[in-house]
Design a protein around this ligand. Structure first.
Ligand code: PLP
Length: 255
């Protein structure tokens, strides 16, 4: 059976982000996706209207059920929603130290809507940082996690918290014609990828990138290789993204 990525992620009914993005991206990477659902959100491509989080017990029960019969190599987390769910994931990872782990520190949707209480999530994420093989913050999340404005200093602060590798995604920076992603491993820059900035906003681009990385890691790629594969794949997916009937964020066309 294909190597499996177990995703801790929420349902986005628009299908752009969350667990659907994870399933599609991991499938495209060549791996199999399994899901422990953290929350049901109410949202469309324009706005988040609310969410209901899964209980810690239900979340762990889902994860523990599939551990028994799937070849899990990597865990990926996106929206976790509550500090209880974050501590459940920390407990789960503690019981499976051999799993690789991609931490996408989701705090808000790209549309700006809340996916949990930001202050408490930021505190709780600190327990997951040392467990991650790679962390994939955008610059809003990076600044929120560290309280620092300068990107390089903020990234170094993540390493002081125990991070092993960090992919800083530059999509929210004021670079009108390009986006710069920077990969740090053990505090050092190991690669910088610059791609043209595409028109519009995208729903689920971060989920897709982190999940594709997780899928490639599960199949044996090293971090730098996994990130490059994922960036190349995501650019094509976003070039082909579809505009909803109203003018919301574009939905990535992952296959
Ligand atoms: N997870 C869920 C369930 C979401 O609804 C969202 C955004 O709406 C995200 C994660 C993060 O999405 P993005 O990849 O756009 O940052």
């Amino acid at each position: 059976m294909r190597s499996t990525v177990l995703c801790f992620s929420g349902l986005d009914p628009s299908g752009g982000a969350g667990l659907q993005a994870d399933i599609e991206a991991i499938g495209q990477s060549g791996a199999h996706a399994a899901i422990a659902c953290t929350a049901l959100t109410i949202q469309n491509s324009q706005q988040v209207f609310g969410f209901e989080a899964t209980s810690k017990e239900l979340l762990l029960a889902q994860a523990n059920a599939v551990v028994k019969d799937l070849p899990i190599r990597c865990v990926k987390s996106g929206m976790l929603g509550t500090t209880d769910n974050i501590s459940a994931l920390a407990q789960f990872l503690g019981e499976h130290p051999d799993y690789l782990y991609v931490l996408d520190p989701v705090l808000v949707a790209n549309s700006g809507g809340s996916l949990g209480d930001q202050a408490t999530l930021v505190q709780a994420f600190k327990s997951l940082i040392p467990l991650a093989t790679v962390i994939t913050p955008n610059t809003i999340e990076l600044r929120a996690l560290t309280g620092l404005n300068d990107i390089h200093e903020a990234t170094q602060a993540l390493f002081q918290m125990g991070a092993q590798a960090v992919l800083v995604k530059g999509g929210h920076e004021d670079t009108p014609d390009h986006i710069l992603n920077t990969l740090y491993v053990h505090g050092e820059i190991v690669s910088e990828t610059r791609c043209p900035r595409l028109d519009g906003e995208f729903h689920g681009s971060g989920c897709s990138l982190a999940s594709f990385i997780a899928g490639r890691l599960a199949q044996g790629d090293q971090i730098k290789q996994a990130v490059h594969h994922a960036e190349t794949w995501l650019f094509g997916v976003l070039e082909n993204a579809e505009t909803p009937v109203v003018n919301g964020q574009k939905i990535p066309k992952r296959f």
